[in-house]
Write a new protein. Structure first.
Length: 76
């Protein structure tokens, strides 16, 4: 996975940071200055988006769902 020149966080990156702060405070404390690097958050959000896309395609293919039905099924 390659990071673009200009990174920006979507709701998934923001949720990842919130989750890490709540459930992985020691990990966050070990990262630079107690703040997760944007690169780590960007990678987490991109992984989430990739996995959601794979799930959508699987639902479309295996359960003959429309793209809209598949997105509603997994809540995106």
């Amino acid at each position: 996975m390659t990071e673009p020149q200009s990174q920006f966080l979507t709701q998934y990156g923001i949720l990842a940071e919130k989750h890490w702060r709540e459930f992985r405070p020691k990990m966050v404390a070990q990262l630079a200055g107690g703040r997760p690097p944007d690169g780590a958050l960007w990678e987490a959000q991109e992984t989430t988006l990739d996995e959601m896309e794979t799930l959508t395609r699987t639902l479309e293919r295996d359960q003959q769902m429309t793209p809209e039905q598949a997105r509603r099924q997994h809540g995106s």
